[in-house]
Design a protein around this ligand. Sequence first.
Ligand SMILES: [Zn+2]
Length: 442
Amino acid sequence: MTKAVKCIFAHIISFNSDPLLNPSKAVTEYAQGAMVIDDIGKITWLGTREDLPKTYAKLPKDDYGKQYLMAGFIDSHLHYPQYRMLAAPAKNLLDWLNRFTFKEEARYHDADHATNAAKHFLNFLHANGTTCAMAFSSVHKQAADILFSAAAASNMALITGKTMMDRNAPDNLLDQAQQGALDSQSLIDKWHGKGRLNYAITPRFAITSTEAQLAATQQLVEQNPNCYLQTHLSESPEEIEMVKHLFPWATDYTHVYEQYGLLGKKSFFGHGIHLSERECTALSDSGSTIVHCPTSNSFLGSGLLSLKHLRQAKRPVKIGLASDIGGGTSYSMLHTIGEAFKIASFNNIQLTALEGFYMATLGNAKTLGLDNEIGSLEVGKWADFIIIDPKATALLEARQAISESLDDSLFALAILGDDRAIKATYVAGKCRHQISSNLNTA
Ligand SMILES: [Zn+2]
């Protein structure tokens, strides 16, 4: 039997379903909302302040007035060993990897460095309102272990895995096919399913794995069907050319992963910008997810993903939304939604704010199969939530004065907002980040 321990007052906004499918019923909103949290960090009651049962009247309260209370953001593709290497200018993806990324990732053989980085990485996520993430770790087994420990300490839902690479990277970043698989298995045994943690089997991408490593990855996936798989696919034209050269037998890039049984409902492919009809059909048939990383794609000049192309009704591909730190230029999922809007515009799609916020919360939870636990505010789900100040800056305040609807107000936040708008972040009911100001604690 759990015990109610805290009540939050705010303007509650939560998704019930995809606004694309059912716009009128997609959102539940309580302008004068109240939410009650229990002692294990789950939501135990939700509604209007007027309807708050008397039994909860004397609970300690965090009163956020008219600020928005929403489910925490979920970032389904980013890199922990790149936590501070944002804004590294390069010609393209491969140039960026070789000039900056591999050098930075090599530092993670050092446990002190990895420990310090894990702390900052999680703090940056929380400061930006992200309460769940699926992250690549470095090639070092120990660094992944350190990140799991850090996430466990805040009872955060985190999915990560040791990156596997056995070619086309500096020697100090390479593992070997068998050893990489053994290290991954030992991390799976230790962490997968422990508390709110899950393991993602993580070959970086086809270019940095030999066929022996891809075969070992296939074995890992077969032996651990409940684990996730994360990698990259079809990000830049130069990368696609190199894959053609390395795997001359493959029909296309997706075929390489398909050949090794790596497509499936728990498989997440970062980017997927330049996919053919055949590739989209294979991804759709297998239930795989393409994770759209808009700030990264525009920063590295990788290309403009077309949501319309991926969503074609005859073979819809599941789509996630993510920051791709450090190719991405912001931890903020507000920025990420804003940039997704801009990229969609190039493809003649008008992405609504509701759609963007849905993708960054319940949509990502659904693709991860975690929507019974997180992604929206519902009794029984984890109290992973954020407080957003829609008027966080002078410009936002001026802009909100002419906002005409909830969608319009959220749109302003996506284009003009950033971590300054995230007033508080709660993970499993505990406040992990707060900008102190107008909180009335009673
Ligand atoms: Zn990535």
